[in-house]
Design a protein around this ligand. Structure first.
Ligand SMILES: Nc1ncnc2c1ncn2[C@@H]1O[C@H](COP(=O)(O)OP(=O)(O)O)[C@@H](O)[C@H]1O
Ligand SMILES: [Mg+2]
Length: 284
């Protein structure tokens, strides 16, 4: 990555013209969904400050998954806003309702809106856990099982202080064991320090939008930020500086969405990705 100094300064003072060299986000999708090419389900974690583009990235992952996995079904936990769903698809309260009202064949996206008549949106932890349990049922469907991808738009509602609210957690199970049985996961949160052990340790990749301070140190501690210097030596904090310098909420919303992709055990590739909003493909 290259940051042009003068323009960086302009951005920091709110100039809003980020001049970071970016790679098309589609290339990051190939890394994120690579496990599918060897018959495993991806387990993805998306971290970083609020309003910096996590949900937008998740929508692109959903669209790409549907293409890459023609038999796959996506189940989204989207109960954040009672008035406006963030994801498009076939709307349900929770997975229990699917048996009573089977979905149409397409779109293969089930959006679980929770119980919107309650001020808390019902129990978020229970909604999310029921999605993972539904995936477990899908693994037993038909001769080969049905591949699936769960999307948890706000993981911090199902977990706090690195503990699941429900124990044992079906979400934890899918992060640990879902890869081999076609049960993939995508969890999003701005509360990096609240993420339980399984998503952190079992994620096939971690996608990070802008964040600072302690959450970045946690990624360093867990070995996700290592990069290789030109002389071949390893830099433990290689990706950390870039994560902290990514543009975020100082830009207008339609200019946000900068992110990096981290994989434990693989040195950071130095790339900053972004989806060009003019290439947006809606999930229909
Ligand atoms: N690549 C992008 N192109 C255009 N708009 C974007 C992009 N990434 C994010 N945004 C916009 O920025 C705002 C915040 O993004 P969102 O994904 O909701 O953030 P988060 O989920 O991290 O809180 C939204 O209005 C979204 O449409
Ligand atoms: Mg979001």
């Amino acid at each position: 990555m290259r940051i042009v100094r003068g323009e960086m300064a302009e951005r920091e003072t709110g100039g809003g013209d980020a001049s970071i060299q970016t790679t098309p986000g589609e290339e990051a999708l190939r890394i994120a969904l690579e496990p599918l090419t060897y018959g495993e389900a991806p387990r993805i974690l998306i971290l970083g400050d609020t309003r910096c583009g996590k949900t937008e990235i998740a929508k692109r992952i959903v669209a790409a998954y549907l293409v890459a996995e023609p038999r796959g079904i996506v189940i989204v936990g989207d109960d954040k806003n009672p008035r406006q769903p963030q994801f498009s698809g076939q709307y349900y309260t929770n997975p229990d309702e699917i048996a009573k009202r089977p979905p149409r064949k397409e779109p293969r996206v089930i959006v679980c809106r929770g119980n919107q008549t309650e001020i808390t949106g019902g129990s978020n932890a229970e909604l999310y856990e029921s999605i993972a349990r539904y995936q477990w049922k899908l693994t037993a469907e038909g001769p080969d099982g049905r591949p699936s991808l769960a999307v948890y738009d706000e993981l911090d509602r199902a977990a706090a202080g690195q503990q699941w609210q429900v124990n044992p957690s079906a979400i934890g199970w899918t992060y640990g064991k879902g890869g081999g049985v076609g049960a993939g996961s995508v969890a999003l949160t701005q509360e990096t320090e609240g993420v339980p052990r399984e998503p952190f340790n079992q994620a096939t990749c971690i996608i990070v939008v802008r964040m600072m301070g302690n959450p970045v140190r946690l990624l360093v501690k867990r070995g996700y930020t290592i990069s290789r210097r030109p002389d071949g030596s390893l830099d433990q904090r290689g990706a950390a500086r870039i994560i902290e310098s990514l543009p975020g909420t100082e830009l207008p919303p339609n200019q946000r969405g900068y992110f990096v992709v981290l994989q434990r055990g693989i040195p950071f590739n130095g790339k900053v990705y972004r989806f060009d909003s003019r290439r947006v493909v809606a999930v229909k």
